[in-house]
Design a protein around this ligand. Sequence first.
Ligand SMILES: Nc1ncnc2c1ncn2[C@@H]1O[C@H](COP(=O)(O)OP(=O)(O)OP(=O)(O)O)[C@@H](O)[C@H]1O
Ligand SMILES: [Mg+2]
Length: 283
Amino acid sequence: MIIEVENLVKNYGEVNAVNGISFTVNEGALFSFLGTNGAGKSTTINVLTTLIKKTSGNVFIDGINIEKSPEKIRKLIGIVFQDSVLDGNLTVYENLCVRASLYPEIADIKSTAKHALKLTGIDYGNRRYKTLSGGQRRRADIARALLHTPKILFLDEPTTGLDPKTRGDIWELIRNLQKTNNTTVFLTTHYMEEAADSDNIIIINKGEIRAEGTPVKLKEEYCKDRLRVTFKTGEILKKELAKTTDAIPFLLENKDKIENVEIINGTLDDVFLNLTGGLTDVN
Ligand SMILES: Nc1ncnc2c1ncn2[C@@H]1O[C@H](COP(=O)(O)OP(=O)(O)OP(=O)(O)O)[C@@H](O)[C@H]1O
Ligand SMILES: [Mg+2]
């Protein structure tokens, strides 16, 4: 286990942002943290990446207690923040060079920056960051997080605000990094269907874990398939199914009376809505 979190609590004064969560992440996994606005996703990431101090609980990254050796943790991790931290007036390449120069272990700054550009498929390294589109910026943010080849990459909403095609591209990039370098990826997202591609999911609501498991397991447990039958009389029947094959006996029995049949599979969106009462708003 590369990440171990035990009973983590984070309060901001009166605000109880994270309320006793425990989970583990396997090395090399793609792990998604799902939740509505204000659920506690960024707070959790900020604690795990040593940016803020926890109120109580224990966190181990690669076996190291984050409180005992935060500087060791920072060498192991790369972070892509919810809001970008690159300098708009510098080019992407310049941004990467400035950042790389902060790591004493990086000997050849220029070649490290170029390698990060290549890894993330950026062919616009000489353009100023502020002139880039949202998707291009995200790629640059990811390149920045990869400079010191971290074992774990944290991404806080890497795809929010991007169009569906660009979201797909960013996901492909993340997946490739995870597979080729065996990088552990810990990300947060609002988009349920994206998480369907991850190895493990945690759904968090109001600072507490509501559900946890593989996408398949979550769908099995928390959403139902539905059968919708239109009879020749025009009457419509809707029925929930534990599994789609449960429809077969009913359909056989009524086959002469049925005009049309639809089976609607449950989605991760259903799981999420069932567990959280829905998205309040999307940023
Ligand atoms: N610095 C802070 N001071 C006080 N309260 C905070 C602070 N940061 C976050 N909070 C509160 O903690 C709770 C969790 O916030 P957090 O940013 O972790 O949520 P999130 O899941 O990342 O939400 P979003 O999807 O909107 O990014 C919210 O109620 C938020 O208002
Ligand atoms: Mg957040």
